[in-house]
Design a protein. Structure first.
Length: 452
């Protein structure tokens, strides 16, 4: 037991120097140690461990085989596709087959499609669920057609997986089946259905989403509003405005974000009023919306968000002020950047399924440094005194290379984030902005110096 804990600890620390010892531990006679070693090798994520982990798929104990498959899923190496597909087709343990289907989805190799198609008829609903998701991740062009039938699967988890895939594929042929399922679905199924309908976006989808915005479950109302904002239906603005006074804080926040996402400038005054809401989540949504709407007349109210007691609201204010390039808040943002240092991100938003409520475990304090770098960088071009540039350069010098090369953790108020920049690139973009300003000044000076 102690050896297993030690192996797991090495994996948690991503201690690459322990790789050879952990690979040797996979030959141990103790099952627990082999499981721990496989898990640790997956956490370390070295491609050099691939062949050792592939041998783990032949281990006599199903727990080791399953953990080896999970570890291979973290390597994302297509060379493991063949063995994972074979194990998926023949292993007697449903949990091992489940792990193999998950791994094939994460690898995303189209060669796995035949094995995943066979797994769609597996007796285990866990395996069917992972096979449905893996078909989408493997870029099967016929994934939507193959998974429509699973809207009628007896297992809820499989129906939800099929719903997500059909939404990602924006499959209009799935709309009748999705609407039929929505009419009889359990509350826990409705969020995925509503998001899928919003992605597909036919008129029938819009009507169903508007109706669901009146559901008694608050999380269903939230997802209905999100779906309407996704499809930008003509109904979106009216429904979202009506929900700014919803009794649920989660719904009020979702409505605010939706109005910002669709660019409804007629809602600016109502959004400013929402900044006085008792819920931090609603205030946060209002700030993001006002930033997206370029509501410069609301800047004084947004600046007040820098002093909000809730870290998520402060983070939203930093983003909005940088997005709007608010010169009047420049000195405050620069001072905050001088006082703030990066912190590890340890939490994320979590949906608790008990009563449909959202429990937010905020890591905004960890993310605010990155947002400040972005915001101050946006102000560099108009910084005549060079204060923002100097602070950015000074702060950058204090950071190790490993910190600069990590992905930046930036707010994404318009939906799932697509920004893949590193922290180093955020600093670099600010410098490039300054370079462009200098070039324009140089050209202007040159032109003015030419003889008439």
């Amino acid at each position: 037991m102690a050896a297993r804990r030690a192996a797991l600890r090495l994996g948690h620390l991503k201690e690459s120097r322990a790789r050879v010892g952990l690979e040797a531990a996979l030959r141990s006679s103790e099952v627990g140690l082999r499981v721990g070693a496989a898990s640790a090798l997956g956490s370390i994520g070295s491609a050099k461990s691939r062949t050792v982990l592939e041998r783990g798929l032949e281990d006599p104990d199903w727990r080791v085989r399953a953990q080896a498959a999970y570890a291979l899923s973290r390597l994302h190496d297509p060379r493991s596709t063949t063995l994972l597909a074979e194990t998926l087709s023949r292993d007697e343990s449903a949990l091992v087959r489940n792990a193999c289907a998950l791994a094939l989805g994460r690898v995303g190799d189209p060669r796995a499609i035949p094995a995943l198609e066979r797994a769609l008829d597996d007796t285990s609903d866990r395996v069917r669920r992972e096979a449905v998701i893996a078909l989408e991740r493997s870029h099967d062009p016929d994934a939507a057609k193959k998974v429509r039938r699973f809207l009628e699967d007896p297992a809820r988890r499989v129906r939800i997986a099929a719903t997500l895939v059909l939404g990602l594929r924006r499959d209009p042929e799935a709309v009748p089946g999705l609407l039929s399922l929505l009419g009889r679905a359990h509350t826990f199924e409705k969020p995925a259905l509503l998001v899928a309908l919003g992605r597909i976006g036919t008129p029938e989808c819009g009507a169903a989403l508007a109706h669901s915005a009146e559901d008694t479950a608050r999380w269903v109302r939230v997802c209905a509003i999100h779906g309407l904002s996704e499809m930008r239906s003509p109904l979106t603005g009216a429904v979202a405005k009506s929900k700014l006074k919803d009794p649920s804080w989660a719904v009020r926040g979702a409505a605010a974000l939706a109005l910002g996402r669709i660019g409804d400038r007629t809602a600016s005054e109502e959004l400013v009023s929402l900044l006085r809401d008792s819920s931090a989540w609603a205030r946060r949504g209002a700030i993001y919306a006002l930033g997206n709407l370029e509501a410069r007349g609301s800047l004084p109210s947004i600046r007040a968000g820098l002093d909000d007691p809730d870290p998520e609201v402060r983070l939203a204010a930093v983003w909005a002020l940088g997005h709007l390039r608010d010169r009047d808040s420049a000195s405050r943002l620069v001072q905050l950047l001088k006082e703030t240092r990066p912190r590890p991100s340890t939490a994320s938003s979590i949906l608790m399924q008990g009563d449909g409520a959202v429990r937010l475990v905020s890591d905004a304090d960890a993310r605010v440094f990155d947002a400040l770098v972005q915001a101050v960088g946006a102000l560099v071009e108009g910084d005549e005194d060079g204060v923002a540039r100097t602070v950015l350069a000074t702060v950058k010098r204090t950071l190790p290379a490993s910190e600069l090369d990590r992905p930046a953790r930036l707010p994404s108020p318009l939906g799932p984030g697509t920004d893949r920049r590193t922290l180093r690139e955020l600093f670099g973009n600010a410098r490039e902005g300054l370079g462009e300003r200098r070039s324009r000044r140089t050209r202007a000076t040159t032109r003015s110096a030419k003889p008439v």
